[in-house]
Design a protein around this ligand. Structure first.
Ligand SMILES: Cc1cc2nc3c(=O)[nH]c(=O)nc-3n(C[C@H](O)[C@H](O)[C@H](O)COP(=O)(O)OP(=O)(O)OC[C@H]3O[C@@H](n4cnc5c(N)ncnc54)[C@H](O)[C@@H]3O)c2cc1C
Length: 355
């Protein structure tokens, strides 16, 4: 089967941040069967493998990957009408934003605020992709996974996925264990779209005073367009003409503090902490990592060599002609500075593959 694998393929061409040395072997899978054949073959020979979708949340080392990279290009989707809702069931290599566009144009609500997020549908459950007040865990009906050791197919209910903020069982206890082959999303032809995110709501109402009087489908279009507009301003839409978008999106997750830690932070920095805390639940508060970074002495555009904090978004680290090593060094400098000032250790959001 190795004759089907390409050799020595630069991973920088398959990651949105444009970093990463060569993959020893590289294979594009267009069906689940092809993907599983490649996995079984690698397992039988003891070759390590790693599955990527759009490469928008992963950083490979400059030395590359000493094994097989399997790129998922398995596409297909269907819409199933149920009593009171429509289920979007997709094969995992479908491009996420194309699906959002399609559902919005069909007047289906549920994932419109997740417009402009790069990558594949199959990766969305992994870190419970979210933005502008929606997370995929709000709509996921099931996730189908193929066990990469036993090759058994397993169907997980939403509860079984153990979703939380930028997390799930597929990023936690079952990291790397399952290939996510299908995902179902519960959408609606009837429900009015809900705008939970204040800044998005304000922006829409500022530009569309008659928003409440509009037809649902028009509302969905406006939400999608506004989200895309906001994201473009922050270079959060991958665009080859925008060098600030050569990133993995947010490099750090927003830390979650318990209420005591949050009260201490407020007492120490009340005059500066001009931010509305987001309560995850009664005991936990999510605080903006961007605020911590900016108040640890870093500003947008800060760079060391070609590794930079985006000029348009404090949370994004950008490749402006750098290496993975230098970019990760910058991230460590930021983490250490934030820790020194606030006692809070920022956690990287992308998966970092160093071997
Ligand atoms: C400009 C930009 C903006 C972004 N904005 C957001 C945002 O607003 N919100 C957000 O949550 N994220 C955001 N991201 C991060 C990223 O787009 C998402 O995490 C996305 O879901 C990753 O999809 P991917 O196909 O590119 O995954 P990859 O980067 O290819 O893989 C990421 C991880 O998921 C695993 N994986 C991928 N596919 C599968 C599969 N089928 N089965 C099992 N494991 C799999 C990989 O092994 C790897 O561990 C942004 C990224 C960029 C570059």
């Amino acid at each position: 089967m190795t004759e089907k694998f390409k050799k020595s393929i630069p991973l920088s061409e398959f990651t949105t941040i444009g970093l990463g040395g060569p993959a020893k072997y590289f294979f594009i899978a267009r069906t689940n069967q092809e993907l599983m054949d490649a996995v079984k073959y690698s397992n039988s020979l003891g070759i390590k493998f790693f599955i990527i979708g759009g490469g928008s949340n992963v950083i490979f080392s400059d030395q590359g990957f000493d094994g097989l990279i399997i790129k998922n290009e398995i596409t297909g989707f269907e819409l199933i009408d149920h009593d009171g809702y429509t289920e979007l069931v997709v094969d995992s290599g479908e491009a996420w934003d194309d699906l959002v566009e399609k559902t919005v144009s069909l007047g289906l609500s549920g994932i419109e605020c997740l417009s402009g997020i790069p990558g594949t549908a199959g990766a969305t459950p992994v870190q419970n992709v979210g933005a502008y007040g929606q997370e995929v865990s709000d709509t996921i009906t099931f996730v189908e996974g193929i066990d990469l050791e036993s090759y058994e197919v397993k169907k997980f209910s939403n509860d079984e996925c153990i979703f939380s903020y930028r997390d799930s069982r597929f990023k936690g206890k079952d990291k790397g264990r399952f290939f996510i082959s299908k995902v179902g999303y519960r959408l609606s032809k009837l429900n009015e779209p809900i705008l939970k995110y204040e800044a998005l709501n304000n922006e829409i109402r500022l530009n569309h005073g008659d928003f409440d009087l509009m037809e649902r489908i028009m509302k969905l279009r406006i939400i999608r367009e506004t989200v895309l507009e906001i994201r473009r301003k922050k270079s959060m839409v991958v665009d080859k003409d925008d060098p600030e978008s050569r990133s993995c999106g947010s490099f750090f997750t927003n830390p979650i503090l318990n209420v005591f830690e949050f009260e201490n932070l407020k007492n120490d920095y009340n005059s500066e902490l001009r931010t509305t805390p987001v309560f995850v639940n009664e005991e936990k508060v999510k605080i903006p990592a961007a605020w911590l970074i900016e108040n640890s002495g870093f500003s947008r555009g800060f760079s060391i060599s070609g590794a930079a904090i985006s000029a348009n978004h404090t949370l994004a680290l950008v490749n402006k002609g750098t290496t993975s090593k230098e970019l990760l060094e910058l991230s460590e400098i930021i983490r250490e500075s934030v820790y020194k000032k606030f006692g809070i250790m920022l956690e990287p959001e992308p998966e970092i593959i160093l071997t």
